[in-house]
Design a protein around this ligand. Structure first.
Ligand code: AMP
Length: 355
């Protein structure tokens, strides 16, 4: 195949997580795309026919300077997604010379629990209380080990004794954890998009997660749950669309706006832009507790390849978050404002990356 050099930016992403909609979105916006895949994992990108070109790596560690040269040569704009940091590592991303959609500086605020909390607190959001030590446990808490991937390895405790009982038996050598007040309510993941071009914050869609085994425990009766001594885990298997009560929308918009405003102050420059997600629990009194922020496209946007009820109101074409990213890059490119949507406008592009 081989892409010809064109003045249009090429949307490049890693073949995993939310790549299908990112690649499809690029195509819908008339931009060429490139899927960088681990060998053996390329079948979905071939089968669904969304990739213009698939570049295979034996391992993510093969992502090297030569590959970045190639990306520069092709006018590629790399679009990070939720698995991006996990696979490439923050060091590689930090030094990445290829054009990068978004602000790299925000990753540091997103990945460090203390900094993340400072950011969200400054934005005036309601956060679950963090207990300093196990002895302080006087209510249900959720214990999260650092680096626990996808909710696996969390556990619930109601007392210091219960905490130590599980901790010593299951995680005797792990000491990097946070003890968070357990909020009783329903999970709600709100997907936003902030455009640095227009200064507008959009709500793209919302989801809840389909988690194993948390979402299966209710399928057996309480007596059986007790008898089988099940420990709750939150391993993400998939995502389910949600639409909220309309009266909640003003608050959800305001929360997103404050997060964006504060991001400009804490990490300087453009701050957070593009897609991001507030991960919340909504209580029966409709208090919205934010337990995490994701500063990139989340997999919860995947059910909305054809757009969501919200984007259907705003756009006259099916608008996924992937497509919204491509549209932002396309418009920036057409207006000669690509530097507004890239981390650092790479000097070496000169006049190459433009339309
Ligand atoms: P996470 O991996 O941070 O997305 O969280 C995994 C699961 O834990 C999600 O289903 C959340 O609903 C749940 N969760 C995380 N923090 C809390 C909390 N403070 N209270 C209640 N549920 C939580």
């Amino acid at each position: 195949m081989g892409l010809q050099h064109s003045n249009k930016p090429v949307i490049a992403t890693l073949g995993t997580h939310s790549a299908l909609q990112i690649l499809k979105g690029a195509r819908d916006e008339g931009l060429p795309n490139l899927c960088i895949c681990r060998r053996g994992k390329e079948q979905p990108y071939r089968s669904f026919g969304v990739a213009d070109e698939i570049l295979l790596l034996d391992d993510w560690s093969d992502w090297d300077d030569a590959l970045e040269e190639e990306l520069l040569r092709r006018n590629a704009v790399v679009v990070p997604h939720g698995s991006f940091v996990a696979y490439l590592g923050s060091e590689r991303i930090h030094h990445m010379r290829a054009a990068y959609f978004g602000t790299k500086g925000i990753l540091e605020w997103e990945s460090d629990r203390t900094k993340e909390r400072q950011w969200l607190e400054k934005a005036g959001l309601l956060l679950p209380e963090v207990l300093k030590k196990p002895e302080d446990i006087d209510r249900p808490v959720i214990v999260k080990f650092h680096g626990a991937g996808g909710g696996f390895g969390y556990f619930i405790a109601r007392s210091p004794d219960q905490f130590y009982e599980v901790k010593n038996r299951k995680y005797p050598d792990e000491d990097d954890y946070v003890i968070q007040e357990y909020i009783v309510g329903v999970p709600l993941y709100i997907h936003y998009f902030y455009s640095p071009m227009t200064g507008e914050l959009e709500i793209m869609s919302m989801d809840k997660r389909y988690e194993s085994n948390a979402d299966s425990i209710g399928r057996i009766r309480a007596a059986d749950q007790l008898a089988s001594n099940i420990y709750t885990s939150y391993t993400i298997v998939g995502n389910i669309p949600v639409v909220v009560r309309e009266s909640m929308l003003p608050e959800l918009f305001a929360m997103g706006e404050r997060v964006v405003d504060v991001s400009k102050k804490i990490c300087g420059g453009k701050g957070l832009f593009g897609p991001f997600c507030l991960e919340t629990i909504v209580t029966r009194k409709l208090h919205v507790y934010v337990f995490e922020i994701s500063a990139r496209i989340v997999a919860g946007t995947n059910p909305f390849v054809e757009g969501s009820p919200y984007t259907a109101l705003k756009y006259d074409v099916p608008m996924s978050t992937g497509r919204r990213i491509a549209r932002e890059i396309r418009i920036a490119s057409e207006q000669g404002r690509l530097e507004d949507v890239l981390d650092e406008y790479p000097a070496m592009y000169g006049s190459a990356l433009r339309v």
